[in-house]
Design a binder for this molecule. Structure first.
Ligand code: DAH
Length: 338
């Protein structure tokens, strides 16, 4: 004759096996293992048993409880699996998936990368500075006096704390010289901002690659040679480069760079692409003050600097008619450069 606990166990196992859903299974669990379930209540009944019976029945109670608990868990797992495979069966795996659109680099970004690659081969290191600048880095240190038109509120974006959005990347010249002694050979690539009237060739945000080379005996010939090399690498060997006298406060002499290339649509036209010149001694003096040493003694060192208009270069190279296209995010435009 089996013990009543064993009978309870067999009965519970049969009900678990025949439960048709999770709810029926839960009802069975409560019936046997709930607080006043028929198996659980044996905990109370034990108290009335004779001393020598207690350990035997206690052990049996444990075994029964474990067996029933395990059976419930197994059955629950089966229901879970059924539910999942049911959901999977509804998915038609022969349908085409949702394709990922793969992006590509913006044409201006591509232009910067091409420019940086060429300068890297020429031995320039990459320097950087912030877009939000102080007047000192943007103007004073670059020999640009307070009454210069570039500092006018109509031409520059000022913040309420007196800082401004840099109007050119020439700011990085000063930052680079502050942080390292000569000889120095750096480029800086990034955005610049002006309160220009926006049209097909002007944008409030534009992009430049700045260059600075400081060493002993640097001459205009070095400057011309290197920029000519750069333009021919970019636009091909049939490229003419012309230097025209100009004025910038931070260079003396100052030049503007024009290119003309048979390889381009506008092949017959001279197009202005950069400003450049020999670093003005007043710029070195500003750096001497900032560094508080004579590392950039203008008697010993000379240098050239340049600023390339990257939007302009990209427009020429990719034959883009309107600078506003760069910022409009029109996929029909951007896809042409993917
Ligand atoms: N910063 C000038 C501009 O944005 C361009 C320029 C001219 C940069 C001469 C230079 C330079 O480094 O030497 O118009």
């Amino acid at each position: 004759m089996p013990h009543p606990l064993e009978q309870l166990r067999d009965e519970a196992l049969r009900q678990i096996e025949s439960a048709t859903d999770e709810q029926a299974l839960e009802t069975t669990r409560v019936k046997y293992l709930g607080r006043s379930g028929s198996i659980s209540s044996w905990g109370e009944k034990m108290k009335a048993l004779a001393k020598e019976e207690k350990p035997v029945v206690g052990k049996l109670l444990n075994e029964v409880r474990n067996a029933v608990t395990a059976a419930i868990e197994t059955r629950n797992a089966q229901f879970h699996l059924q539910r999942e495979s049911g959901a999977l069966a509804k998915i038609d795996i022969s349908l085409p998936g949702t394709p990922h659109e793969i992006g590509s680099l913006h044409p201006l970004h591509q232009m910067h990368e091409r420019g940086i690659q060429i300068f890297r081969r020429m031995g320039f290191a990459l320097a950087e500075g912030p877009d939000v600048e102080t007047e000192w880095y943007c103007f004073d240190a670059l020999n640009t006096p307070p009454d210069h038109p570039a500092r006018n509120e109509q031409d520059t974006f000022y913040l309420s704390d007196g800082r401004l959005l840099r109007t050119h990347t020439s700011t990085v010249q000063i930052r680079a010289m502050e942080s390292a002694p000569p000889p120095l050979r750096v480029i800086a690539s990034g955005a610049a901002y002006r309160r220009d009237e926006v049209d097909a060739t002007h944008s409030a945000q534009f992009h430049q690659i700045e260059g600075l080379y400081v060493d002993e005996n640097v001459s205009v010939a070095d400057l011309k040679g290197e920029l000519e090399f750069f333009m021919r690498e970019l636009f091909g060997p049939g490229t003419d480069v012309q230097f025209r006298p100009h004025y910038f406060p931070f260079t003396e002499p100052s030049l503007e760079v024009y290119v003309r290339s048979k390889a381009l649509k506008r092949g017959k036209q001279w197009i202005e692409v950069a400003g450049c010149g020999m670093v003005h001694p007043a710029v070195f003096e500003a750096v001497i003050k900032a560094r508080d040493d004579k590392a950039y003694d203008p008697e010993k060192w000379s240098g050239y600097a340049f600023g390339l208009g990257m939007d302009r270069l990209a427009m020429i190279l990719f034959d883009i008619p309107d600078i506003r296209l760069f910022a409009q995010n029109d996929l029909r435009f951007l896809r042409q450069f993917a």
